[in-house]
Design a binder for this molecule. Structure first.
Ligand code: FES
Length: 160
């Protein structure tokens, strides 16, 4: 197990980096994998990536803040992304988002106290014909209605 002086385990990051033969051109993929490991991008993780790849911390942060699928804050076990792009907005996304927020008793960009769910709103996820769209973890839910939100969330609660 590899650790920083603060006790942060970097072993998983080193395993990820070992799979790459050169880092240029793979930075987004690497950050994706690191985020998958921690569910967000902790500062210590970015420092380790910087040390091992030679990319500056500034460059890593500029990528992490440019793409909205990266998060620098801890997130819930399940991340609910509600598309609020134009097509989804027109088809009722604001009401769907409101229903999710009310059911989980948190607002967008927040995480439930038990760490189970985070809500984010995103712009067009590229499946406008399925509007309104909600993406939970890797699952895309199409034509979501406020009346379906309870069942949708239950499905993930049951997964633990
Ligand atoms: S606007 Fe929601 S998928 Fe395009």
């Amino acid at each position: 197990m590899s650790e920083t002086t603060t006790g942060f385990d970097t072993g998983g990051i080193d395993t990820i980096l070992a799979r790459y033969d050169g880092f240029e051109g793979h930075l987004i993929g690497i950050l994706h994998e690191v985020q998958k490991l921690y569910n967000y991008l902790p500062r210590e993780a970015l420092e380790r990536v910087s040390e091992q790849t030679g990319f500056t911390l500034e460059r890593l942060y500029s990528i992490a803040t440019f793409y909205n699928f990266f998060s620098l804050e801890p997130r819930g076990k399940h991340v609910i992304r509600v598309c609020t792009g134009t097509a989804c907005h027109v088809k009722g996304a604001p009401r769907v988002l409101q229903e999710i927020e009310e059911r989980l008793e948190i607002s967008s960009d927040e995480t439930t106290p038990d760490g189970q769910f985070s809500i984010e709103h995103v712009h067009c996820v590229g499946t406008c014909s399925l509007a309104p769209v909600v993406v939970v973890d890797q699952d895309t839910h199409s034509h979501v209605k406020p009346s379906k939100v309870r069942a949708l969330l239950k499905n993930y609660e049951d997964k633990g």
